[in-house]
Design a protein around this ligand. Structure first.
Ligand code: AMP
Ligand code: MG
Length: 318
């Protein structure tokens, strides 16, 4: 059931977490499905509800440096610099894990992914529960991430007792994930903090062509609607057909009459585009169209995260 994210309901949700249950809650990126990260059985419920494969590790959400220290084994300087610059916010750091984190959270890896969310409801929930919260996106594995409480209710409503409603997620795409090793930083997933901003703080970030999947963000398809998605550069040749839709990067007049048209932004603002991406895809997917065309976006800044999600959505049907 959906509850407004008032203090009373946040406390009710925190109690549920302490009792080993799962709760859906808003973060600035997307809605999360959370459980006490220190309780392996509680975390197992997340995998069951999402039908998520056990090889896919979870991000642990914290509210303080104290809590980070409970979760990780070492905190290199470079990680501290990134935390200072981007936390709370949509940057996830992969670091050596401490013994308090059960294997199920990290899929048996000796590293753990950790993030301090900026959303007030997420922060209050972690504080009230007093434990780190393991939370992937609150959607069935592989499907579009939820950016409203209604998205969660529609996809998982019969499996999750408490959904805290904090409105639409302001960032709208998942966190950027970087792995920090002694002398190297590697990008595992594009997301809410642009790569350029991270490099300005942390120096060169390695981008490797993965032969081995370290983050499912690296799977060939993920974040995908059921409807076929086709990315296009030149939109002038698409069919003007009411069984199709076109997602435009910025608002403008087009010579089409029948095709459904949606805009990610009014005039090209990347933040607005990212915040609208999943909402737009959810709405169009519900219309059961033949094809959703998506205009290609410049791959700079947040455009890299947006294009990554669109390419993965496209890959599902190709
Ligand atoms: P999600 O919460 O669904 O956005 O997915 C979390 C992402 O973090 C997944 O892509 C995970 O594979 C990735 N992740 C979590 N822990 C680790 C880790 N220890 N090493 C590498 N990637 C991780
Ligand atoms: Mg996910």
């Amino acid at each position: 059931m959906i509850y407004p994210a008032k203090d009373t309901f946040i406390h009710m949700a925190a109690q549920a977490l302490q009792q080993g249950n799962v709760v859906a809650f808003p973060t600035e990126t997307v809605y999360g499905l959370g459980a006490n990260a220190l309780n392996a059985e509680a975390v197992a419920k997340i995998f069951e509800i999402k039908q998520r494969p056990f090889f896919d590790p979870l991000i642990v959400h914290v509210d303080s440096l104290n809590m980070v220290q409970q979760v990780v084994a070492t905190l290199p300087d470079i990680a501290l610099r990134c935390m200072e610059a981007f936390w709370p916010g949509p940057l996830t750091l992969v670091l050596p894990k401490s013994n308090s984190i059960p294997e199920i959270v990290t899929a048996g890896l000796d590293t753990v992914a950790v993030r301090m969310p900026q959303h007030e409801v997420a922060q209050k929930l972690i504080q009230a529960s007093g434990v780190p919260i393991a939370a992937p996106s609150a959607n069935p594995f592989g499907y579009l991430s939820p950016t409203t409480a209604e998205h969660v209710a529609k996809q998982l409503g019969d499996k999750v007792d408490i959904i805290l409603d904090g409105g639409k997620c302001p960032v709208g795409v998942e966190s950027t994930i970087i792995k920090i090793e002694r002398d190297a930083i590697t990008l595992l997933r594009h997301g809410g903090i642009p790569l350029e901003e991270i490099e300005a703080v942390a120096g060169k970030v390695n981008i490797i062509k993965h032969t081995q999947v370290e983050a499912p963000g690296q799977l060939p398809y993920h974040y995908a609607p059921k409807t076929k998605i086709v990315l296009i550069k030149d939109i002038t040749n698409i069919p003007d057909d009411s069984s199709c839709a076109i997602i435009l990067y910025k608002k403008r007049d087009l010579p089409f009459k029948n095709i459904h048209t949606m805009y990610l932004s009014d005039n090209g603002d990347m933040r607005q585009a990212a915040a609208n991406l999943f909402t737009c895809l959810h709405a169009l997917d519900a219309m059961k169209l033949a094809v959703i065309y998506a205009e290609e976006i410049p791959e700079v800044g947040l455009g890299q995260a947006i294009m990554d999600r669109l390419k993965k959505a496209q890959a599902r049907h190709s």
